[in-house]
Design a protein around this ligand. Structure first.
Ligand SMILES: [Zn+2]
Length: 514
């Protein structure tokens, strides 16, 4: 069976989704999970974008050993230098450079002639090859480029030293027939094409990203680029888990495999959803909450008699645990630590102690602790350092009645140990909390979006709040989990503020050091 490479760009293209801002600790968590999932290549970011991006890529490059780490760069020396600075520590560093090749992009965006674009490509690849053993070159908007020009520039890029040629459907416009035909055309018309791997990169604007990706694979692509849960610019990228499960389930049709560990899908998907704050639609293929829910009586009856009547994929395949109950009130520290380890968490002693304390507190209030609850507690501890550094919620209280306007009181701890306290009312309980916290942090906040959901099942499930707000004119997303949704909401609010402040603090540090 032919094997294709999986190139994950959750941390670059995915991170470009509107409203998503991951900090370095979160990016590292996702990178480690992607490594566990078995991606061949992960694109960790765009090092030239900012010193913070460069640092995140460097940390990922020095942590990840079993996947090749790459970073994006434009075809300019300063971008390539920044990428090398970030990636030289990697086990197997590779560079991803790109330039647009469609008439519309070359004319209006680049304002370069096709000859200039070829020249820029050749010079930049030659420059990059002095540092990077593997250089991938992307023809942005390839699917709307002239096929002959594309074949010509691809040939030149290969001559200059590119080892992977990526041909994206940048705007999600191509049909599967057209996209497949483009790969076939390159295979037949680029004389040195056998020296490289061809790669797909599909966007989902017309809902055709998976179909386009599969068409490219059938026509000679050796690498698939995409993201977890299909997040990304606009309607997103192709969802890698969907491609992987399609290839697995229909190996009779494709005869192609990926090296992914499919039973890590559920966990990877949940982590990305949790840390980006981007919810997964219930009916999404493979990872949606309803993906395995058989609702109609006829279907249920069929599945009970013989699962394959209606079930083409099993929940076990993607690592969805059928028996979710993991620990109870009487579970001891030893069982808890074992479980954390088997879930892949590597916490230091202090963080583990704190997580155990929170587990005990939750177990007092909640009968069954599920793996989702544990996951939330442990992830929170793992990411704590970077998140909770400035404002920390001590307590929140709300007086609510259907007759009067709700009043909230909150106590918030600041780094010098002081406790700030205030109270305020609002039209609803959540607004009262947000108004109170706005007074405490003393700044202008606009709430753009706010969402509450439950983690796991049951009436005593943990609540999770995700908030999207602007503070000091910048947009940030924050998350918080607690047994009570009001407490979760307060935590999410402060989490967004902390992220904002930490990022501006980092910017200041950087601007004074250069
Ligand atoms: Zn893209």
């Amino acid at each position: 069976m032919r094997k294709i490479d999986i190139f994950d760009t959750t941390l670059r293209d995915g991170e470009q989704s509107a409203g998503v801002n991951l900090n370095t600790a979160e990016k590292l968590e996702i990178a480690k999970q992607l490594e566990r999932f078995g991606v061949d290549v992960m694109e960790a970011g765009f090092p030239a974008a900012s010193p913070g991006d460069l640092d995140a890529v460097r940390q990922i490059a020095s942590t990840i050993k079993n996947s090749s780490v790459t970073g994006l760069a434009r075809l300019v020396k300063s971008d390539i230098d920044a990428a090398w600075e970030a990636l030289k520590v990697a086990e197997c560093p590779r560079l991803h450079v790109f330039i647009a090749t469609s008439p519309i992009h070359m004319t209006y965006k680049l304002k370069q002639t096709p000859e200039q674009v070829v020249e820029t490509t050749v010079q930049a690849i030659k420059y990059a090859k002095q540092f990077f053993p593997i250089v991938q070159w992307s023809a942005e908007d390839a699917s709307r480029s002239d096929p002959d020009f594309l074949a010509h520039i691809v040939e030149q890029a290969i001559k200059a030293g590119a080892s992977v040629i990526n041909l994206p459907d940048t705007v999600g416009y191509a049909t599967p027939q057209e996209y497949g035909a483009m790969f076939k055309y390159m295979k037949e018309n680029v004389p040195n094409v056998d020296q490289v791997k061809l790669s797909t990169h599909c966007h989902n604007d017309l809902g055709m990203a998976v179909a386009n990706t599969l068409a490219a694979i059938e026509n000679g692509a050796d690498q698939v680029e995409g993201t977890i849960n299909g997040i990304g610019e606009r309607a997103g990228n192709v969802a890698l888990e969907e491609v992987a499960v399609a290839l697995y389930t229909r190996k009779d049709a494709y005869d192609i495999q990926s090296g992914l560990t499919l039973n890590e899908i559920k966990r990877t998907s949940q982590l990305v959803s949790q840390l980006t704050g981007m919810a997964i639609q219930a009916n999404k293929a493979v990872v949606g909450k309803n993906a395995f829910a058989h609702e109609s009586g006829i279907h249920q009856d069929g599945v009970l008699k013989e699962p394959t009547t209606y079930e083409i994929i099993t929940p076990e395949l993607i690592g969805e645990e059928s028996n979710n109950l993991v620990l109870g009130k009487h579970s001891g520290r030893h069982a808890f630590n074992d479980r954390a380890k088997s879930m892949g968490f590597q916490l230091d002693k202090e963080a583990l102690n704190q997580a155990f304390k929170e587990f005990k507190q939750l177990a007092d209030r909640k009968k069954e602790i599920t793996s989702e609850d544990l996951w939330t507690i442990l992830t929170q501890q793992q990411l704590k350092d970077e998140d909770a550094a400035i404002y920390e919620l001590e307590s929140v209280q709300v007086h609510y009645g259907t007759e009067d306007s709700p009043m909230a009181t909150a106590r918030v701890k600041v780094p010098d140990g002081r406790i700030l306290e205030d109270a305020c009312n609002g039209a609803g309980s959540v607004e009262a909390i947000f108004n109170t916290l706005e007074r405490i942090i003393d700044g202008k906040v606009h709430v753009l979006d706010y969402r509450v959901s439950s983690i796991g099942k049951g009436r005593d499930a943990l609540g999770e709040a995700v908030i999207n707000l602007t503070f000091n004119g910048e947009e940030f997303t924050g998350r918080g989990a607690a047994q009570d949704v009001l407490e979760a909401s307060a935590k999410a609010y402060l989490n967004a503020i902390n992220r904002n402040l930490l990022q501006s603090k980092m910017k200041q540090l950087i601007s004074t050091s250069v």
